[in-house]
Design a protein around this ligand. Structure first.
Ligand code: SF4
Length: 168
């Protein structure tokens, strides 16, 4: 896989990679999900109302959208709960990796979970850098599959916007 193709993979796909590989394929292939899903709506609502004065959303290279906490080289990612912490952490790791590889800027990350009043620091360690490179490679492999990976029932399916497609 060429480096340019790898790096065009966004943070959202990294988040889903740790939840469901089938969903990675569906999103990556532009298959429309149910937009009125309560879980998606709640996520958007929390993004909109919390920390609006303390963060600045910027789009970089038309590829990644990140929230910068002003005055510091810190990428902030807001989540509604710490339930999918590993996914959320690796999403931030991806942004840190992108900024380092593409822009030559070393940054720190923080996960903000307003409803739980939590702030969790995320740093790009050499181990995490290796892990995210493997994940990017594997996402590329999944996206090249002709069909999505088979649906496997997991607890997240109950909240998933694709549930009617997978389990109708
Ligand atoms: S409903 Fe379940 S199997 Fe289907 S995409 Fe969502 S999480 Fe994956």
């Amino acid at each position: 896989m060429r480096y340019e193709d790898r790096i065009s993979i966004g943070g959202t796909l990294v988040w889903y990679y740790y939840i469901c590989k089938r969903e990675v394929w569906l999103i990556g292939h532009g298959i429309e999900a149910e937009q009125e899903n309560d879980y998606i709506l709640l996520g958007r609502y929390i993004q909109e109302i919390f920390y609006t004065r303390k963060r600045k959303e910027i789009m970089i290279d038309n590829t990644i959208k990140i929230d910068i906490l002003p005055g510091r080289k810190v990428i902030g990612e807001i989540k509604k709960s710490s339930k999918f912490l590993e996914s959320a952490k690796m999403q931030v790791v991806f942004y840190l990796y992108y900024m380092k590889r593409e822009k030559g800027i070393d940054m720190e990350g923080v996960l903000l979970i307003p409803e739980e009043r939590k702030r969790i620091k995320v740093s790009l360690t050499p181990e995490l850098e290796r892990e995210i490179e493997e994940v990017i490679e594997d996402i590329g492999r999944i996206l090249k599959l002709e069909k999505p990976p088979k649906a496997v029932k997991i607890p997240y399916c109950k909240k998933c916007a694709y549930r009617s497609m997978c389990w109708a």
